[in-house]
Design a protein around this ligand. Structure first.
Ligand SMILES: Nc1nc2c(ncn2[C@@H]2O[C@H](COP(=O)(O)O[C@H]3[C@@H](O)[C@H](n4cnc5c(=O)[nH]c(N)nc54)O[C@@H]3COP(=O)(O)O)[C@@H](O)[C@H]2O)c(=O)[nH]1
Length: 836
């Protein structure tokens, strides 16, 4: 038994010696577990712990726990020491007792101070491991001081005092187990001084009981180490668990924070709700506690969202499944925040009632705002803030559905500004934009809040009116609103122009609009159809003279369809060369032919010869007038070249009609000059007939182009003169050679005094401006005589001949020459100067 104990003692001592050696030779000796686990780097177990981070945190927690316990011990230990000094002082004298007590107090003070600094993390100078190392060293010292008491207070024969001394030390050893347990090294250090010194002293005493006492102390020493090791292991396990839990909580917290999310844990039965503090703070619930009730949470939800949120929760509580709800809550700064809550019932009672719901709340205010902005970009016009085409389509679809349900009519109004292009071109796009914004606001002011005013793009607006009643009532109300809008738009605009020389100035602008209206009930099924109808009606309003309202009717639709068919047929006609030119002679007072007007004819495969009036406007709208115009120019030049080759026709000039769209085309000049050049025609034989409508916009550009052609010998005739709206003032700026009196004045010139006056005025004007004059639509001799009497000696009309094909014209000329010998000499003249 004795041998076993000695062997065990030696084994433990050897073990401790090895560990102490390892500890001392290893720089960061505190990593040495000392509680039976060696977790230093290099040991795979060290890494299996996850992780240096857990290890480090556990180590810190151990040092802190050790420091805290050491501090508490340092506060109470002087009581035990004082008792021992008092007992020992009575035997050994007070001087050694006081010195011993003083040494003890100094070391305890150092322990207390170091422990306090370490525990409260007050010391910034030393790292935690060094502080731990220092405390272990001080523990070793204080153990020595305790143990040395037997040397200080032992006096021969005072065995009962000696035993009392030992009893106090045993008591101290029992109390100290929990203090030293965080580090076995601390236990070894402390107990070696506390118990081994008395053990050695007892063996040296040679008292009959000394061996027994020494054995008792040895056993106590080993049991203390063993017990401290068990307690220490448990402590480390607890600390590790706590550290891991804290790290888990910290990770969760950081992850939620990073995702801007917060958790909640609700007991729907009691209404108790636990949530992260951050969540409570931005919810504005006035409590520091993380526990609050469901009702107070509901109370801060926006009243408009409360019912839906409550429903989302109660549905999930009853039926299971996820809770998902978005709602606004008022934050502490009084702002409304958008919150998204997602949760799950995680526990139910025996009756199946949900008793626990866990989930997260996310602040989605930012993304709501972004969504709002995206929605704005996608569905609203940037300039006017009005709904755009996409949103309008959606609203029209809804309006059709509503009309069906309510059995009421609605109306769609398509509005287009008259001459907005001119404002844009002359004053710039900034002014144009400002103007459109004002127009948008004026339109909005004419309709109800429930109606939709949308911008289609450019200067086109669409107004959707709903629930207007029965058909007749709806028609009246739509018309009244359209009139109101036209009136609002007609009011003057004071537009701010760009600052000039530091001074802003304004522009007083007047304009009008054209509105097309279509009524609808639930029978229409597509928004496209409605838009098409309103557009058709608007087009009619425009072509009927602007500043007008036109209601859509099926006749209009037919017209539109017919025009669309015509457009397609025109395209085919160009490809299949179905156009020809007819020529109508132009005569002088002697009845001789001086030239002709080239007039386009479409040899339609089904409708026969089609006059230009039936297709020119469609050709202009579709842009097909450009290839058609090129055909006319090329054919007319070829005809002139052919006539130039024969003496009896060489003098003939040719008038060619040019529509406004053609003349404005950028390539018109180039193409005309190229055709003149390639055909080899004498450009002086070409007279381009333009109408006053061409001169309505951007006159400067037009005049420039006219001069460019004029310098190449091409002359100009102003066709349909007197029917246009433009001012006579511009006439003197135009390089015009001829005025052509419109046939509408000639028709009644003999019977209508007004027409006669107009004709006389036009002739006088031409004379005063030294322009040639020709009258078209001359059908009778009387008309011709009246014209001649007033000074007009050039004529075109059925009196002589209508438009005819080339061969017919040549026959006509032969007959003319045969009848009137004078006409052969007409070939003279017609010289002109051209600049290459
Ligand atoms: N851009 C282009 N426009 C063209 C071209 N060719 C013709 N046109 C334009 O079409 C208008 C109609 O032309 P059309 O049907 O050929 O009618 C002409 C004559 O037939 C008609 N006319 C001639 N004499 C009389 C008459 O005594 N009485 C009467 N009632 N009508 C008569 O007048 C038309 C010629 O008019 P105008 O051009 O004004 O001289 C036509 O007005 C052209 O604008 C083309 O190639 N390109």
């Amino acid at each position: 038994m004795k041998a076993d104990m000695v062997a065990s003692f030696l084994s433990t001592a050897g073990n401790l010696g090895r560990r102490a050696w390892t500890c001392l030779t290893y720089p960061k000796f505190l990593h040495f577990g000392l509680n039976g686990r060696d977790t230093k780097p290099g040991n795979p177990e060290f890494f299996q712990l996850n992780n240096a981070l857990v290890e480090q945190k556990v180590m810190t927690a151990r040092v802190r726990a050790f420091a805290r316990r050491s501090f508490e011990g340092a506060l109470t230990a002087p009581l035990g020491t004082a008792l021992l000094a008092w007992v020992g002082g009575g035997v050994a004298g007070w001087q050694p007792a006081v010195i011993w007590f003083a040494i003890f107090c100094v070391i305890e003070f150092l322990i207390g101070r170091s422990a306090y600094l370490c525990w409260r993390d007050g010391s910034q100078k030393l790292d935690i491991l060094t502080q731990g190392r220092r405390l272990i060293f001080l523990s070793f010292l204080i153990g020595l001081v305790w143990g040395s008491s037997v040397f200080v207070f032992w006096r021969e024969g005072q065995i009962q005092h000696y035993l009392l001394n030992l009893t106090i030390l045993v008591g101290v050893s029992a109390i100290s187990i929990s203090i030293m347990s965080p580090f076995l090294m601390a236990t070894v250090s402390f107990y070696s001084g506390l118990l081994l010194l008395p053990l050695i002293h007892t063996l040296l005493m040679q008292d009959p009981i000394s061996l027994k006492v020494a054995m008792g102390l040895g056993i106590l020493y080993m049991l203390s180490l063993q017990h401290a090791s068990v307690v220490g292991d448990q402590l480390i396990k607890d600390l590790e668990l706590t550290v891991r839990n804290e790290m888990l909580a910290e990770r969760l917290h950081l992850a939620l924070d990073a995702a801007d999310q917060d958790w909640f844990d609700l007991n729907p039965q009691s209404g108790e709700m636990v949530a992260s503090v951050r969540y409570i703070n931005f919810h504005g619930i006035a409590t520091d506690d993380t526990v609050y009730d469901f009702q107070s949470w509901l109370d801060v939800i926006h009243p408009d969202d409360r019912a839906a949120t409550q429903l989302a929760f109660s549905t999930a509580l009853q039926d299971g499944g996820a809770i998902e709800s978005e709602y606004r809550v008022r934050a502490l700064n009084n702002e409304w925040l958008w919150i998204r809550s997602i949760g799950h019932v995680v526990d139910r009672d025996a009756q199946g009632k949900a008793v626990r719901v866990i989930g997260i709340h996310s602040d989605v205010t930012e993304s709501k705002h972004v969504d709002g902005k995206i929605r704005k970009l996608a569905f609203y016009d940037q300039l006017t803030n009005l709904p755009n085409r996409r949103l309008l389509n959606d609203r029209i679809q809804h309006a059709i559905q509503n009309a069906k349900c309510q059995q009421q009519y609605g109306a769609l109004l398509m509005l287009d500004m008259d001459d907005f292009k001119a404002l844009n071109d002359t004053q710039g796009h900034d002014v144009g934009d400002k103007f459109l914004v004002v127009v948008a606001r004026r339109i909005e002011s004419c309709v109800r809040e429930v109606d939709t005013v949308a911008r289609q793009g450019g200067d086109e607006f669409v107004i959707l009116l709903e629930s207007l009643g029965e058909r007749d009532e709806a028609s009246d109300r739509a018309e009244a609103i359209a009139k109101k809008i036209l009136d609002a738009i007609k009011k003057p605009y004071l537009l701010e122009l760009t600052e000039v020389a530091g001074k802003g100035h304004t522009y007083n602008y007047h304009c009008s609009a054209s509105i097309g209206v279509t009524l609808f009930s639930g029978q229409v099924n597509s928004s496209e159809e409605l838009m098409k109808r309103a557009d058709t009606a608007m087009y009619q309003a425009k072509t009927s003279g602007r500043n007008l309202i036109r209601f859509f009717d099926m006749g209009m639709q037919e017209q539109v369809t017919a025009r669309a068919i015509l457009g397609n047929e025109l395209r085919e006609a160009i490809q299949k060369n179905q156009f020809v030119l007819h020529y109508q002679p132009q005569m002088n007072e002697a009845g001789c032919i001086t030239g002709a007007e080239a007039l386009l004819r479409w040899m339609h495969p089904r409708h026969g010869v089609m006059p230009p009036d039936s297709f020119i406007s469609v050709a202009e709208d579709t842009g097909l007038i450009l290839p058609i115009g090129r055909f006319v120019m090329e054919t007319a030049c070829a005809q002139l070249v052919a006539w130039a080759a024969r003496p009896e026709t060489a003098h003939l000039t040719l008038s060619i009609n040019v529509s406004a769209a053609q003349f404005r085309d950028q390539e018109f000049i180039d193409h005309t000059l190229a055709t003149v050049k390639s055909s080899g025609v004498n450009s002086c034989k070409i007279m381009l007939e333009i109408t006053e409508s061409l001169l309505l916009n951007s006159l400067e550009g037009i005049i420039e182009k006219m001069f460019e052609l004029k310098t190449r010998g091409i002359s100009f005739s102003l066709d349909d003169f007197g029917t246009g709206y433009s001012s006579l003032a511009y006439l003197k700026h135009l390089p015009i050679d001829q005025l052509k009196i419109d046939k509408s004045f000639i028709r009644d010139v003999l019977t209508d005094m007004n027409d006669a006056v107009i004709v006389r005025t036009i002739i006088a004007l031409a004379k005063s401006m030294e322009l040639n004059i020709i009258a078209e639509g001359v059908e009778t001799k009387e008309q011709r005589e009246l014209l001649a009497k007033n000074g007009c000696f050039a004529y075109q009309g059925y009196l002589y001949a209508g438009p005819m094909a080339t061969e017919e014209l040549e026959q006509y000329m032969q007959q003319l020459i045969a009848k009137t010998t004078a006409c052969t000499s007409t070939s003279a003249g017609n010289e002109c100067q051209t600049q290459s």
